[in-house]
Design a protein around this ligand. Structure first.
Ligand code: ZN
Length: 406
């Protein structure tokens, strides 16, 4: 008979390290027990084995990932369900050491949106009360035409205008999600301008997860005032994924020089394969965007699908890019932010100082007011002092202790 292995996987970082979650689509961040309840209620056709069969959470294409996402989309439907998922997730990661999270919620139907934001804001307040974790919301909008034929850029403008007219305490960022092959990144310039100038939001769109040509347009599409933002402005510009810029020295340098925060999403990149067109990229290829800008590939494509050790995270760090981490879709990709820090070790970040720098970058690039940023950074610096004195705490920054060491 096969022996039953009961030991948990040991985290590859010390308990108590301050963590930050900078990219998560919150509505499907259900803890396994809640997900099983939704299956029992007949709310999804996905089977419980999804949680156990390793290969079920690896995806040969982004379309496969989206198909599973669509099968699950309705398991978080009401504002109270959204609040439950959000509070559960925030409190769970706070117990693992997270001091900050920036969570995404998609703008779809304005009629339901206010109720969703009420739910999210209340869950953030409750999680903060219970654990000390801070969190903010990124409102996202989906690329490509919808079923009524409304284009992605038009819907993005509607979402940005909506946020300009309906500001919220915890909504501090604006993002763009979805299939990068459906339209041109450059067509979203107006939506980003409205979000930044009229709604007063930071920007955190997905880019260069699946196609490099989106990254060619990135710095020309966001408002120029968002690049190298002034020190007294609390808003930040980050790029969700940006993984493929590792194939171009020029793009990496220009993202670095413009002070763009890079959200590295290790599980997402490890578990969703790239499209064939991207996998075929070779050094010397010229990649041209729909707007006519181009870049020459001068570094080989790293092969990180099912091989996190080949993710460009360590290279980004060596080049001085401002990298932080996110878990993207924890349920679909079998992760959470604690696991992402362990994966960062597997991707080549060798020391606790390296991992702490990821959190320091996250706080530097968080869309929070500067008083909150200072308070969060003090937690990072306290840990740094304890680390250099070789006196690591036996509790998280929020004061959580546990009675065992795994
Ligand atoms: Zn994402």
């Amino acid at each position: 008979m096969q022996a039953i292995v009961t030991a948990d996987k040991k985290p590859l970082y010390p308990f108590g390290l301050p963590l930050a979650e900078m990219h998560i689509h919150i509505s499907l961040a259900l803890l396994p027990e809640l997900f099983l309840r939704r299956i029992k209620q007949g709310r999804t056709t996905i089977k419980p084995e999804f949680l156990l069969k390793r290969d079920d959470r690896y995806y040969p294409t982004l379309s496969h990932h989206h198909a599973v996402y669509e099968q699950m989309r309705h398991i978080t439907s009401t504002p109270s369900e959204l609040a439950q998922v959000t509070q559960d997730y925030l409190e769970r990661i706070a117990r693992e050491g997270a001091i900050y999270a920036e969570i995404s919620n998609s703008f779809r139907d304005p009629k339901n949106f206010e109720g969703q934001l009420d739910a999210l804001e209340e869950s953030i307040r409750c999680a903060r009360h219970n654990t000390g974790i801070e969190a903010r919301i990124v409102v996202t909008t989906l690329r490509g035409p919808d079923q009524n034929g409304v284009s992605g850029p038009d819907r993005a403008e509607t979402a940005a205008c909506y946020m300009a007219k309906h500001p919220r305490e915890f909504v501090t960022g604006f993002g763009l999600v979805g299939d990068e092959g459906l339209d041109s990144f450059a067509d979203y310039a107006r939506a980003f301008a409205i979000a930044f100038h009229e709604a007063g939001l930071g920007l955190a769109p997905h880019v260069a997860e699946q196609f490099l040509h989106n990254a060619v347009d990135f710095l020309h599409t966001v408002p120029k005032e968002a690049l190298n933002i002034k020190s007294d402005d609390h808003r930040r510009l980050r790029a969700g994924h940006a993984t493929l810029i590792h194939t171009s020295t020029k793009l990496m340098d220009s993202f670095g020089m413009a002070s763009v925060g890079i959200e590295s999403l290790l599980s997402a990149n490890n578990r969703i394969n790239l499209p064939e067109e991207t996998r075929k990229m070779r050094v010397g290829d010229v990649i041209t965007s729909e707007s006519g800008r181009s870049v020459t590939v001068d570094r080989p494509l790293q092969k990180y699908f099912k091989n996190v050790a080949d993710h460009p995270l360590a290279h980004f760090r060596q080049r001085g890019l401002n990298v932080c981490l996110g878990s993207d879709n924890p349920l679909l990709q079998n992760t959470n932010i604690g696991k992402e820090y362990s994966l960062a070790v597997k991707a080549g970040l060798a020391t606790v100082e390296d991992l702490l720098d990821l959190t320091a970058n996250a706080i530097r690039f968080a869309n929070v007011d500067n008083v909150t940023r200072l308070a969060l950074m003090q937690k990072v610096e306290l840990y740094r002092a304890q680390l250099s004195a070789d006196k690591l705490p036996n509790q998280t920054a929020g004061g959580y202790r546990r009675s065992y060491t795994i």
